[in-house]
Write a protein that binds this ligand. Structure first.
Ligand SMILES: *[C@@H]1O[C@H](CO)[C@@H](O)[C@H](O)[C@H]1NC(C)=O
Ligand SMILES: *[C@@H]1O[C@H](CO)[C@@H](O)[C@H](O)[C@H]1NC(C)=O
Length: 240
């Protein structure tokens, strides 16, 4: 399939001796437009936004929030900078309050890592809220020798500025299963890996935000060892 790409790179030299680099690749392929920006900002730059319930000493110290599925599927942590900014020095663990939710990684304003507590999926194709689709599917059996698996998800609605994530759990939904081959999500018909394996957290995390259309297919692929029985959870969470 033809793929045309336009890449703009602009380097801004801002006042206050602050250097910001902003590179925005825009890929268009048929109906699918992906807008991803890589906003690498000098560490002296102050963040514009922090969640209202951020756990750092001050909102200015808040860096990011990510799910920690190795601890539990409702666990997440805030990462906090020191009083003068700079590197992340403190991690504050917390949990989605509602027991019937799971933590889902999303991107805010295209680049800020944060999370949303979403209703725990109980079936293959669910619409928990407008501009969202989630699901869960079982894989493997005690006698199964297949190690590579694919779950193809066809969108039933348009979802704008979507963050796509996924994770594997045991069949009881109690603990995270580390895939044998990395868990990834690819947008069919494109080269976009819209959810990418995170080695630290052993889940598939959003690689950007994508304007997805009804009928688009996301192929989640992963490997498990023979005889392993798992659940795959996925979430496609639109943004504004
Ligand atoms: C890049 O990040 C900085 C600091 O968070 C923000 O002020 C700026 O608007 C961002 N630029 C873009 C194009 O997203
Ligand atoms: C993925 O892993 C990297 C490196 O450990 C970490 O900095 C990043 O925040 C992680 N992202 C998510 C969404 O877990």
């Amino acid at each position: 399939m033809a793929l045309s790409a336009i890449i703009f790179t602009t380097i801004f030299l801002t006042i206050n001796y602050l250097y910001s680099t902003f590179a925005s690749p825009i890929v268009s392929n048929g109906d699918v437009f992906t807008g991803q920006s890589l906003n690498v900002t000098h560490s002296l730059a102050k963040r514009q936004w922090a969640p209202a319930d951020q756990k750092c000493t001050t909102p200015a110290q808040w860096d990011s929030r990510v799910c920690r599925p190795t601890i539990g599927d409702r666990a997440w942590e805030d990462r906090c900078r020191g009083p003068t900014g700079g590197a992340v020095i403190r991690y504050v663990l917390s949990f989605c309050a509602d027991e019937n939710t799971i933590c889902s990684n999303i991107l805010y304003q295209n680049t800020v890592e944060t999370i949303e507590c979403i209703p725990r999926p109980v079936a293959q194709s669910q619409v928990p809220a407008p501009n969202q689709e989630t699901g869960v599917a079982p894989f493997g059996s005690n006698y199964d020798l297949d190690v590579e698996h694919i779950q193809s998800v066809t969108l039933t609605n348009d979802i704008s500025l979507a963050s796509v994530s996924a994770l594997l759990e045991d069949s009881g939904g109690k603990y995270l299963v580390t895939p044998f081959f990395a868990l990834e999500g690819n947008l069919r018909g494109t080269t976009s890996k819209i959810c990418d394996y995170n080695v630290t957290n052993r889940d598939c995390v959003p690689s950007g935000r994508y304007n997805l259309k009804k009928g688009n297919i996301i192929d989640f692929t992963f490997g498990i060892t023979p005889g392993q029985v798992v659940r795959l959870y996925w979430a496609i969470i639109g943004g504004s």
